[in-house]
Design a protein around this ligand. Sequence first.
Ligand code: 6PG
Length: 254
Amino acid sequence: MAGSRTLIGNKIESLFVSFLSEVGSDFKGIFISGGSTGPALFRSLASNNDFMHALSAVAIGQVDERVVPTDCTDSNTYWFYKDLLDQVDICLDFRPILTDEENQELHRCFSGYDVTEEPERTSMALWKEITSLADEAASRYSKFVEDTIENSIVHLGIGTDGHTASLFPRSKSLDSPKLVDVNFDPTGKNRHIRVTLTFEALRRAREVVVVAKGSEKKEVVQRVLTTKESLPASRLLDLKTTWILDREAAALIS
Ligand code: 6PG
């Protein structure tokens, strides 16, 4: 696996901190994924002074975002604030994908709807309105990514379907030449229209770290790291990637 290496242990938090100490603290940015693993990992690290010192010196970007109001529980920004930014008493340079204005626009788009019902998949008018807003957000965010990515760490999760970031199997952005693109999961299993870093951006990152924990991830970890199935996350094997796995997620490869 060109450039890939695997760290396996009981606690992904300590593995992540030792990974960071190896990488060194002279990076400009860190891009953090959504999902359940990322925010919980960073919440647990909020009490680690060395980590927080390193984090306070860099720009904190998002790997991907669901295009929904940022104060609803389907939003990655919502959990960023709940699990990390609101947990610490230091000022962090968080760079969300969606601006306050876009959040207000999304509240207008979704007013009268239950966002968690994913109305954008049932209303073509809503789909078009949200996609156009997402295109503007992606275009703007790509300028921040272009300036930062080459000296940044990118934290990724991996979905049980083999997606990473919001780069889903058989989705339109897998081969996008853009750094940031609008995407969605054609199967509907992963909710909402997304704005996501692309593999073009991940290729440029200084370091990519994939964190997977729990037994539900053991099959997909094996499919990527051992049988090398052609899944989106398998493309990370060609990059300088560190895989941080707890023993349950690594059960079928170690
Ligand atoms: C998201 C991201 C995603 C996430 C994976 C894995 O959900 O916003 O699309 O890439 O990292 O779904 O999530 P977990 O590792 O937290 O299960």
